[in-house]
Design a protein around this ligand. Structure first.
Ligand SMILES: [Mg+2]
Length: 376
């Protein structure tokens, strides 16, 4: 098969601040694999969870070294790639896994979710994210979201460097805004909280009980992830006893082994394709989590519509979709998955269900028949 690796940049309309820092622009990678006239695409890029990090440059170097071998192979059967992909970093594996699955779905002319037997009607609203900032800036961001879509699920980032009092002020202010919105629209709004590992043990203990009293529906990664898996589990186990609302692991949960490891100590897991190494592992994780009685969240980093649309193929298995990064981009080179009100839908076209934007930076990927479609 023929393979190509390209870089593209993504610019956020509103920079996002979390406990570890602020992101305004990122550079991502697009891997394409072409065989017998069918092309599959996979996106990847660097990210940082506090205890593990990957740069786009290091991922590009891994993929560039792999390309000569990939080009000697054909895209199926997918199982034949397992030993080749196992040594790669998760984000490098993600690009290859997605490109091969996209190729496979296109070859069979079906979206992946349909090939997996998923019910595309079984989808629930996605959350939109409020980053850290002043109370005024966070409320302004919420109003901006509501001008864009009728969001009913709001994820508020906490773990502010300004401390717990500022975190509490943010929760109270956003709660008030959600109550006023519910009065206006007659539709209840849900508040989720994500500390991104920004609290210590005592702070987390104090916050989770208070968040329960505030009607917050879940708390994500209150404590920093730990490289030692036993210590990581022990920290969740210790906190779970005091936590009256669902406790969700994100930075601590990368792959299937983490789902199994964390299952006794958390109520849900946040699956992201860059952490899992692609959709093959993410599907296993989502199915296993549900079988173990865990709720499933599917999240994103600063990803384009290609990665979020790929993850959207899993949405029928997801309780808390969190795929909003592409909704905050100025220069997404891909067309967004369908959005009905605040419910993101799995794309219905073949493969991962995502097409390049005819006027975007990767417009030369578009087949000629796409050139007459409406601009992004
Ligand atoms: Mg998170």
């Amino acid at each position: 098969m023929r393979c190509a690796l390209r870089r593209f940049s993504l610019t956020k309309a509103v920079p996002l601040a979390i406990s570890r820092g602020t992101t305004a622009t990122v550079e991502h990678l697009l891997l394409s694999v072409e065989h017998e006239g069918v092309t599959g695409w996979g996106e990847t890029g660097g990210f940082d969870t506090g205890h593990r990090s990957f740069t786009t440059g290091s991922i590009a170097a891994e993929l560039e070294a792999l390309l000569p071998t990939l080009e000697t192979l054909v895209p199926e059967p997918r199982q034949a790639f397992d030993s080749l992909l196992a040594p790669l970093s998760p984000p490098a594996r993600c690009a290859v896994d997605l490109a091969l699955l996209d190729w496979w779905g296109k070859r069979l002319d079906q979206p992946l979710g349909r090939l997996w037997g998923l019910d595309h009607r079984a989808v629930v609203p996605t959350s939109v994210t409020l980053g850290l900032g002043t109370v005024e800036a966070v409320l302004e961001r919420l109003e901006l979201w509501w001008r864009q879509l009728p969001a009913t699920r709001i994820k508020l980032k906490l773990g502010s460097p300004a401390g717990l009092d500022h975190d509490r002020a943010l929760v109270e202010a956003v709660r008030g805004a959600l109550a006023r919105q519910a009065d206006r629209t007659g539709v209840a709004c849900e508040l989720q909280v994500d500390a991104n590992g920004g609290w210590d043990r005592d702070g987390a203990r104090a916050m989770v009980g208070w968040l329960g009293e505030q009607g917050v529906v879940l708390v994500e990664q209150p404590l920093p992830p730990q490289a030692d898996p036993d210590a990581d589990c022990a920290a969740f186990a210790d906190l779970e006893l005091d936590c009256p609302i669902p406790l969700v692991a994100d930075e601590s949960c990368w792959d299937l082994s983490d789902v199994v490891r964390l299952a006794p100590f958390v109520d849900g897991v946040n699956i992201k394709l860059l952490k899992s190494g692609g959709l093959s592992e993410a599907l296993l994780m989502a199915c296993t989590a549900r079988r173990l009685g865990l709720a499933v969240m599917v999240g994103c980093y600063s990803d384009s519509a290609l990665l979020n649309g790929s993850a959207a193929q899993l949405l029928p298995l997801v309780d808390w979709p969190d795929l909003d990064s592409h909704l905050n981009l100025l220069d997404d080179p891909f067309l967004p998955p369908p959005l009905i009100q605040d419910v993101l839908q799995p794309g219905r076209s073949a493969g991962v269900g995502v097409l390049p934007c005819p006027n975007g930076s990767l417009a030369d990927l578009s087949p000629p028949t796409l050139l007459s479609t409406s601009p992004c």
